[in-house]
Design a protein around this ligand. Structure first.
Ligand code: ZN
Length: 282
Protein backbone atom coordinates (compact mmCIF):
# COMPACT_ATOMS: atom_id res chain seq x y z
CA UNK A 1 0.00 0.00 0.00
CA UNK A 2 1.50 3.30 -1.05
CA UNK A 3 -1.23 5.71 -0.33
CA UNK A 4 -0.44 9.10 0.98
CA UNK A 5 -2.49 10.33 3.85
CA UNK A 6 -2.45 13.86 4.92
CA UNK A 7 -2.65 15.21 8.42
CA UNK A 8 -3.55 18.81 9.13
CA UNK A 9 -0.95 20.40 11.37
CA UNK A 10 -0.62 23.93 12.68
CA UNK A 11 1.52 24.82 9.69
CA UNK A 12 -0.65 23.19 7.00
CA UNK A 13 -0.93 19.73 5.44
CA UNK A 14 1.94 17.27 5.80
CA UNK A 15 2.15 14.42 3.30
CA UNK A 16 3.02 11.09 4.83
CA UNK A 17 3.55 8.27 2.30
CA UNK A 18 1.84 5.05 3.27
CA UNK A 19 0.14 6.52 6.26
CA UNK A 20 -3.44 5.73 7.23
CA UNK A 21 -5.71 8.27 8.81
CA UNK A 22 -6.13 7.62 12.48
CA UNK A 23 -7.49 9.94 15.09
CA UNK A 24 -4.84 12.37 16.19
CA UNK A 25 -1.97 11.26 13.99
CA UNK A 26 -1.05 9.08 11.04
CA UNK A 27 0.28 5.55 10.87
CA UNK A 28 4.02 5.51 10.63
CA UNK A 29 7.21 4.48 12.39
CA UNK A 30 9.20 6.35 15.05
CA UNK A 31 11.75 7.68 12.53
CA UNK A 32 9.06 8.92 10.18
CA UNK A 33 7.30 10.64 13.02
CA UNK A 34 10.51 12.47 14.04
CA UNK A 35 11.10 13.48 10.42
CA UNK A 36 7.56 14.82 10.17
CA UNK A 37 8.00 16.85 13.35
CA UNK A 38 11.25 18.29 12.00
CA UNK A 39 9.51 19.39 8.79
CA UNK A 40 6.75 21.07 10.75
CA UNK A 41 9.24 22.85 12.98
CA UNK A 42 11.34 23.86 10.01
CA UNK A 43 8.41 25.39 8.20
CA UNK A 44 7.30 27.17 11.35
CA UNK A 45 10.77 28.62 11.84
CA UNK A 46 10.85 29.77 8.23
CA UNK A 47 7.58 31.63 8.71
CA UNK A 48 8.85 33.22 11.95
CA UNK A 49 12.07 34.22 10.25
CA UNK A 50 10.25 35.72 7.30
CA UNK A 51 7.93 37.63 9.62
CA UNK A 52 10.80 38.99 11.71
CA UNK A 53 12.69 40.02 8.58
CA UNK A 54 9.86 42.24 7.31
CA UNK A 55 10.93 45.42 9.16
CA UNK A 56 14.47 45.02 7.80
CA UNK A 57 13.12 44.64 4.30
CA UNK A 58 11.32 48.00 4.72
CA UNK A 59 14.38 49.72 6.22
CA UNK A 60 15.83 50.87 2.90
CA UNK A 61 12.41 52.24 1.97
CA UNK A 62 12.10 54.10 5.29
CA UNK A 63 15.65 55.37 5.00
CA UNK A 64 14.97 56.58 1.47
CA UNK A 65 11.78 58.33 2.55
CA UNK A 66 13.59 60.10 5.43
CA UNK A 67 16.37 61.16 3.08
CA UNK A 68 13.81 62.49 0.59
CA UNK A 69 11.92 64.41 3.31
CA UNK A 70 15.04 66.07 4.70
CA UNK A 71 16.28 66.92 1.20
CA UNK A 72 12.95 68.62 0.36
CA UNK A 73 13.32 72.35 0.94
CA UNK A 74 10.76 74.01 3.21
CA UNK A 75 9.27 76.08 0.40
CA UNK A 76 8.90 72.98 -1.76
CA UNK A 77 6.66 71.53 0.94
CA UNK A 78 4.40 74.57 0.47
CA UNK A 79 4.09 73.79 -3.24
CA UNK A 80 3.40 70.12 -2.57
CA UNK A 81 0.77 70.97 0.05
CA UNK A 82 -0.78 73.49 -2.34
CA UNK A 83 -1.35 70.73 -4.89
CA UNK A 84 -2.93 68.56 -2.21
CA UNK A 85 -5.15 71.47 -1.12
CA UNK A 86 -6.27 72.24 -4.69
CA UNK A 87 -7.08 68.57 -5.26
CA UNK A 88 -9.07 68.45 -2.03
CA UNK A 89 -11.12 71.52 -3.01
CA UNK A 90 -11.93 69.98 -6.40
CA UNK A 91 -12.96 66.77 -4.71
CA UNK A 92 -15.39 68.69 -2.50
CA UNK A 93 -16.63 70.94 -5.31
CA UNK A 94 -15.58 70.36 -8.94
CA UNK A 95 -16.56 73.99 -9.81
CA UNK A 96 -14.70 75.56 -6.87
CA UNK A 97 -12.05 77.40 -8.91
CA UNK A 98 -14.36 78.27 -11.80
CA UNK A 99 -16.48 80.41 -9.48
CA UNK A 100 -13.49 82.17 -7.92
CA UNK A 101 -11.74 82.83 -11.21
CA UNK A 102 -14.67 84.74 -12.70
CA UNK A 103 -15.77 86.94 -9.82
CA UNK A 104 -14.48 88.69 -6.73
CA UNK A 105 -17.14 90.44 -4.67
CA UNK A 106 -15.86 90.63 -1.12
CA UNK A 107 -18.01 92.50 1.36
CA UNK A 108 -15.08 93.25 3.67
CA UNK A 109 -11.70 94.95 3.56
CA UNK A 110 -9.42 93.62 6.28
CA UNK A 111 -6.47 95.68 7.49
CA UNK A 112 -4.51 93.42 9.82
CA UNK A 113 -1.08 92.82 11.28
CA UNK A 114 1.50 90.90 9.22
CA UNK A 115 1.95 88.53 12.17
CA UNK A 116 1.77 84.96 10.83
CA UNK A 117 -0.49 83.93 13.72
CA UNK A 118 -3.33 86.18 12.59
CA UNK A 119 -4.51 84.97 9.16
CA UNK A 120 -7.73 86.80 8.24
CA UNK A 121 -9.56 83.93 6.52
CA UNK A 122 -8.78 81.26 9.08
CA UNK A 123 -9.73 83.21 12.20
CA UNK A 124 -13.00 84.44 10.67
CA UNK A 125 -13.93 81.13 9.07
CA UNK A 126 -14.19 82.76 5.64
CA UNK A 127 -13.29 81.40 2.24
CA UNK A 128 -11.13 82.86 -0.55
CA UNK A 129 -13.13 85.59 -2.27
CA UNK A 130 -14.89 86.79 0.89
CA UNK A 131 -12.33 89.21 2.35
CA UNK A 132 -10.03 91.66 0.60
CA UNK A 133 -6.87 91.79 2.69
CA UNK A 134 -4.09 94.26 3.46
CA UNK A 135 -1.55 93.55 6.17
CA UNK A 136 1.41 95.42 7.63
CA UNK A 137 3.34 95.54 10.89
CA UNK A 138 0.91 96.51 13.67
CA UNK A 139 -2.01 97.15 11.25
CA UNK A 140 -1.32 100.84 10.70
CA UNK A 141 -3.26 103.29 8.53
CA UNK A 142 -0.75 105.94 7.54
CA UNK A 143 -1.92 108.77 5.30
CA UNK A 144 1.24 108.69 3.15
CA UNK A 145 1.28 104.91 2.67
CA UNK A 146 0.58 104.56 -1.05
CA UNK A 147 0.25 100.79 -0.68
CA UNK A 148 -2.51 100.98 1.90
CA UNK A 149 -4.28 103.88 0.18
CA UNK A 150 -4.29 101.99 -3.12
CA UNK A 151 -5.88 99.00 -1.43
CA UNK A 152 -8.42 101.22 0.31
CA UNK A 153 -9.28 103.07 -2.91
CA UNK A 154 -9.72 99.84 -4.88
CA UNK A 155 -11.76 98.16 -2.15
CA UNK A 156 -14.08 101.13 -1.56
CA UNK A 157 -14.50 102.48 -5.09
CA UNK A 158 -14.26 99.35 -7.23
CA UNK A 159 -15.10 96.37 -5.06
CA UNK A 160 -17.68 98.46 -3.17
CA UNK A 161 -16.96 96.82 0.19
CA UNK A 162 -19.52 97.55 2.89
CA UNK A 163 -17.19 97.14 5.87
CA UNK A 164 -13.58 97.99 6.57
CA UNK A 165 -12.07 96.20 9.55
CA UNK A 166 -8.84 97.13 11.29
CA UNK A 167 -7.84 94.12 13.33
CA UNK A 168 -4.96 94.26 15.81
CA UNK A 169 -3.96 91.48 18.15
CA UNK A 170 -2.82 91.14 21.73
CA UNK A 171 0.86 90.26 22.06
CA UNK A 172 1.75 92.31 18.97
CA UNK A 173 5.52 92.54 18.53
CA UNK A 174 5.26 95.88 16.71
CA UNK A 175 3.33 97.42 19.60
CA UNK A 176 5.85 96.13 22.16
CA UNK A 177 8.79 97.37 20.10
CA UNK A 178 7.25 100.84 19.78
CA UNK A 179 6.77 100.94 23.56
CA UNK A 180 10.54 100.76 24.12
CA UNK A 181 13.25 103.36 23.51
CA UNK A 182 15.38 100.93 21.48
CA UNK A 183 16.85 102.08 18.17
CA UNK A 184 15.61 99.61 15.52
CA UNK A 185 17.45 101.49 12.71
CA UNK A 186 15.86 104.05 10.32
CA UNK A 187 13.18 102.11 8.48
CA UNK A 188 11.62 100.35 11.45
CA UNK A 189 12.00 103.46 13.60
CA UNK A 190 10.03 105.39 10.98
CA UNK A 191 7.25 102.80 10.90
CA UNK A 192 6.99 102.40 14.66
CA UNK A 193 6.91 106.17 15.18
CA UNK A 194 3.19 106.18 14.40
CA UNK A 195 2.56 103.84 17.34
CA UNK A 196 4.64 106.06 19.62
CA UNK A 197 2.32 108.90 18.60
CA UNK A 198 -0.64 106.81 19.78
CA UNK A 199 1.18 106.23 23.07
CA UNK A 200 1.77 109.97 23.47
CA UNK A 201 -1.93 110.74 22.83
CA UNK A 202 -2.96 108.32 25.55
CA UNK A 203 0.05 108.55 27.84
CA UNK A 204 -1.96 109.42 30.95
CA UNK A 205 -4.08 106.29 30.73
CA UNK A 206 -1.25 104.01 29.64
CA UNK A 207 1.23 105.18 32.28
CA UNK A 208 -1.35 104.48 34.97
CA UNK A 209 -1.33 100.76 34.04
CA UNK A 210 1.44 99.22 36.13
CA UNK A 211 1.35 95.69 34.67
CA UNK A 212 3.51 95.70 31.55
CA UNK A 213 1.49 93.11 29.59
CA UNK A 214 -1.79 94.86 30.40
CA UNK A 215 -0.27 98.15 29.27
CA UNK A 216 0.75 96.59 25.94
CA UNK A 217 -2.73 95.13 25.52
CA UNK A 218 -4.36 98.48 26.10
CA UNK A 219 -2.02 100.12 23.61
CA UNK A 220 -3.05 97.46 21.07
CA UNK A 221 -6.68 98.51 21.57
CA UNK A 222 -5.95 102.24 21.45
CA UNK A 223 -3.86 101.75 18.33
CA UNK A 224 -6.80 100.09 16.59
CA UNK A 225 -9.05 103.01 17.58
CA UNK A 226 -6.57 105.50 16.12
CA UNK A 227 -6.15 103.53 12.87
CA UNK A 228 -9.92 103.38 12.35
CA UNK A 229 -10.05 107.12 12.95
CA UNK A 230 -7.27 107.55 10.37
CA UNK A 231 -9.44 105.71 7.84
CA UNK A 232 -12.28 108.13 8.48
CA UNK A 233 -9.94 111.05 7.86
CA UNK A 234 -9.35 110.02 4.22
CA UNK A 235 -11.31 111.56 1.37
CA UNK A 236 -11.73 108.04 -0.02
CA UNK A 237 -13.90 107.02 2.93
CA UNK A 238 -15.64 110.37 3.34
CA UNK A 239 -16.69 110.47 -0.33
CA UNK A 240 -18.16 106.98 -0.10
CA UNK A 241 -19.92 107.93 3.14
CA UNK A 242 -21.49 110.94 1.44
CA UNK A 243 -22.49 109.23 -1.82
CA UNK A 244 -23.30 105.68 -0.79
CA UNK A 245 -23.57 105.63 3.00
CA UNK A 246 -20.80 103.07 3.29
CA UNK A 247 -18.37 101.60 4.34
CA UNK A 248 -18.82 101.08 8.04
CA UNK A 249 -15.53 101.05 9.95
CA UNK A 250 -14.71 98.54 12.66
CA UNK A 251 -11.85 98.23 15.14
CA UNK A 252 -11.23 94.70 16.42
CA UNK A 253 -8.56 92.97 18.50
CA UNK A 254 -7.76 89.28 18.17
CA UNK A 255 -6.66 87.23 21.18
CA UNK A 256 -3.75 84.90 20.45
CA UNK A 257 -4.45 82.99 23.66
CA UNK A 258 -8.10 82.17 23.04
CA UNK A 259 -8.65 82.85 19.32
CA UNK A 260 -11.51 85.27 20.05
CA UNK A 261 -11.96 88.60 18.29
CA UNK A 262 -13.05 91.49 20.50
CA UNK A 263 -14.76 94.52 18.90
CA UNK A 264 -13.37 97.69 20.52
CA UNK A 265 -14.46 100.55 18.28
CA UNK A 266 -16.89 101.38 15.49
CA UNK A 267 -17.58 104.27 13.15
CA UNK A 268 -20.69 103.89 11.04
CA UNK A 269 -20.90 105.77 7.75
CA UNK A 270 -21.34 109.50 8.41
CA UNK A 271 -20.02 109.48 11.98
CA UNK A 272 -18.95 113.06 12.86
CA UNK A 273 -15.30 113.69 13.71
CA UNK A 274 -13.05 116.65 14.49
CA UNK A 275 -14.11 119.24 11.85
CA UNK A 276 -10.55 119.90 10.78
CA UNK A 277 -10.53 116.46 9.13
CA UNK A 278 -13.91 116.76 7.38
CA UNK A 279 -13.83 117.67 3.67
CA UNK A 280 -16.71 120.01 2.91
CA UNK A 281 -16.31 120.19 -0.88
CA UNK A 282 -16.38 116.52 -1.87
ZN1 ZN B 1 1.29 92.26 15.34
Amino acid sequence: MNRAWRRKSSSGFVTEPGARPTPGFSRKGKGQKAKGNWQVKNRFMLIVFAFCSLPFAFCPLLFGFCLFSSAMKSYEKLLRDNKAWAAEQLKLNPNYFDGLAHLQTPEFLWIGCSDSRVPANEITGTQPGEIFVHRNVANLVINTDVNLLSVLDYAVNHLKVRHVIVCGHYGCGGIKAASTTTDFKPVLNMWLRSIKDVYRLHRKELDSIKNEEERYDRLVELNVVEQVTNLAKTSIVQRAWKNENRPHLHGWVYGLKDGIIKPVFEMNAGTPMDPIYEYTDL
